[in-house]
Design a binder for this molecule. Sequence first.
Ligand code: KG4
Ligand code: ZN
Length: 359
Amino acid sequence: MSLILGIETSCDETSAAVVRDGYQVLSNSVASQIAKHAVHGGVVPELAAREHLVALNPVLSDALNDAGVTMRDIDAVAVTNGPGLMPALLVGLNFAKGLAASHKLPLIGINHFIAHIYAAFLDDGAGRLEAPNSYPILALVVSGGHTSLLLIDDQGRARLIGYTIDDAAGEALDKAAKLLGLGYPGGPVMDKIATLGDARHFNFPRPLTGSAGKAVPDEHKFNFSFSGVKTSLLYHVARLSDNGHLEGPLLNDTVASYQEAVVDVLCRKTIAAAKEFRAASIVVCGGVACNSRLRTLIAEAIPKNTMLYLAQRKYCTDNAAMVAGLAWHFLKNNAVSDLGIDAFARLPMITQVPFVRIS
Ligand code: KG4
Ligand code: ZN
């Protein structure tokens, strides 16, 4: 039995969690800095770093208390070391290094992108990862920083088959909300307002889907593009309002239609890729996977005989449980990090994931 303490500070959430043997989440404490960043309309990296510094100790105490353990019970410290905002990552990484060194524990650096995928298997997902008929797995990672499709085979080999060529889907929602004066972050507010509107009222573009009669170049078949939708919203608002402000049913229909364009593209590309690569299961994860409409749409469109592993909402947005859980697969193989490990800002090429359990 091993208990891993996870630390996550890659963006604007400070989180610590204790996970037993890779799956059983004993605690997952998350302190959000949303209110601090909202006044700036987005995440300010240096501000995030300072806030992590303040929040880490209380979040760690909560995680240990909620799990009913002390540092003496912990077997390893896992920490997100990238990709993410460099100043924010460094605070968590150095904190974790300090903990590991002072308690003489192994340190495990974790890739945040892979951790998001692993989030779909927390609590009760061991069986799904052990089942040969789960593979290949197609993962849609959709957050404020990523919109990617990763294909994973039964040996853990991974291949990026699609990614956004400009904005991430979460970014498209956040920027739209800012434009509409709905505050930050946009995803949750848009999700709520969209339920009040008619998603078919306005037709926002679905880039790289061929829906506008424009053929999709082969290299972009499974890629995404969201900057055009945002621009079309800008024109839409200018056309419908003199003061740049929409309200009432007009606002609700705009939000519903805009959100629909974003989630429709996510859903269509994921399903098309699943068919093309004969995926046995689809994982949907990352902050935008909280979105009610996306969850419904993908569940409706899933091909027969394909399984859908939607990450639980509490594990979609940034959290340390996914970090501590994933780390167990490294610890088992003694693949621990050096205390000198560095943080990295950008997503490296991913060719392997450590959590596939088929022998
Ligand atoms: O995974 P996450 O917490 O951080 C990153 O790694 O980026 O994702 C944050 C993103 C934000 O863009 C936020 O607007 C979006 O997830 N989000 C949502 C919802 N909840 C959070 N997007 C759509 N619907 C939601 N309910
Ligand atoms: Zn994230």
